[in-house]
Write a protein that binds this ligand. Structure first.
Ligand SMILES: [Zn+2]
Ligand SMILES: [Zn+2]
Length: 372
């Protein structure tokens, strides 16, 4: 039963055999999260998302999810395609239904308060699984790599924590830039930037953020005590859409806060900042994905999976290379570019003084004394 010790091909075979059970448990978990969100919207949902939910559609999707999870779960039990997982999915779907299902009344207006982003977690997970799991199967760079590859639980824990703590992380990310803005404001420049067309502003915003995050990223590699935090991100031995989530909270907050400074100081339009956040989240997921599609000239214009996979390479020649997250030519400019021919790295991960495998151990590891 313990998947952690199984080789890739056996994990893949097991995943295929348990498919119905896995699908049922996945859908039932999301449905249960959704029902919890309906019961405790103040505590578990994000005000910015709440404002735009088409509730009729949301409730219909939740109801459909419960029915589907229960049906697929029953099928898994009958056909023995992940019997235990299917039984669990069926039970969870029934619990979600008994707990009020899709028609739990929500008293509006819901007051703004401290909250966890459980709705954001469920939505983003559903969206990414639906988009990237089939894409990675169709265009895999490593076709033998299973969905449930080594370390997936650790990365999923990062995904959960960073989404649940979205309010705290956003606050910690934006606060330093906002404070700085109080005395670094340059109204003439900000006025000129805000007057530019949207697309041009967005291009400049991505460039400004990439320059700042290039500097932060390079510092995280060069300064030994900072590297302890960033080594966590590099400890993934298998890359896919979920692997990019593996970032120590200190790494996330510091890097993003630094990337936000030029965005605030230059005074970009709020719609541009929102578009930038969507861009960076999408590109970050894509560049870690297990996608081997030939990207050709694009490798030299935009950071692509192959470019960022080289950043994660265990090869000595690729160490401390490819720091950019948006524009690879920044690395050319600063002499840290590494993209040999059409090749891909042979291996990923950290070879010397590697962090532990589990989430909780990784959280405290950078604070512990160096082992060497
Ligand atoms: Zn790095
Ligand atoms: Zn990465």
């Amino acid at each position: 039963m313990e998947m952690a010790v199984l080789p890739d091909h056996e994990r893949k075979a097991l995943g295929r055999r348990w498919l119905l059970g896995i699908v049922s448990l996945f859908l039932a978990t999301l449905a249960a999260f959704a029902v919890l969100c309906l019961h405790y919207p103040e505590l578990l949902t994000t005000p910015e998302l709440r404002a735009v939910y088409p509730m009729g559609l949301v409730r219909a999707v939740i109801a459909g999810g419960i029915v589907l999870a229960a049906g697929v779960g029953a099928l898994a039990v009958v056909l023995a395609r992940g019997r235990r997982l299917g039984a669990l999915g069926l039970a969870l779907a029934l619990a979600a239904q008994l707990g009020g299902g899709a028609w739990v009344e929500v008293e509006t207006p819901v007051a703004r308060s401290q909250h966890f982003g459980l709705d954001w977690l469920a939505l983003d997970l559903l969206l990414l699984v639906v988009v990237f799991v089939p894409l990675e199967r169709a265009f895999a760079r490593l076709p033998e790599q299973p969905v449930f590859r080594r370390g997936w639980r650790t990365d999923l824990a990062y995904f959960f924590v960073s989404h649940l703590l979205v309010q705290l992380v956003t606050l910690a990310t934006v606060a330093p830039a906002a404070l700085l803005l109080r005395w670094a404001a340059w109204p003439a420049l900000q006025g000129a930037v805000a007057a530019l067309p949207f697309a041009l502003q967005l291009g400049f915003a991505v460039l400004a953020a990439d320059l700042a995050s290039y500097a932060a990223h390079r510092a995280f590699h060069a300064v030994p005590w900072l590297w302890r935090f960033h080594a966590i991100h590099h400890s993934s031995e298998a890359l896919d859409w979920l692997a990019g989530s593996r970032l120590h909270l200190v790494d996330v907050v510091v890097t993003r806060a630094i990337a936000f400074v030029p965005l605030f100081v230059l005074g970009f339009d709020e719609a541009v900042l929102a578009a930038y956040v969507v861009w960076v989240a999408t590109q970050a997921t894509w560049i870690h994905a297990n996608l081997g599609t030939r990207t050709g000239w694009l490798d030299h214009v935009l950071v692509t999976p192959r470019f960022h996979h080289w950043h994660h390479a265990a090869d000595a020649a690729a160490r401390d290379k490819n720091f950019a997250v948006h524009f690879p030519w920044l690395d050319r400019l600063f002499g840290t570019h590494h993209l040999p021919g059409a090749a891909w790295p042979a291996r990923y991960g950290v070879l010397a003084d590697a962090p532990p495998d589990r989430f909780a151990a990784q959280l405290v590891w950078p604070f512990s004394r160096r082992s060497v």
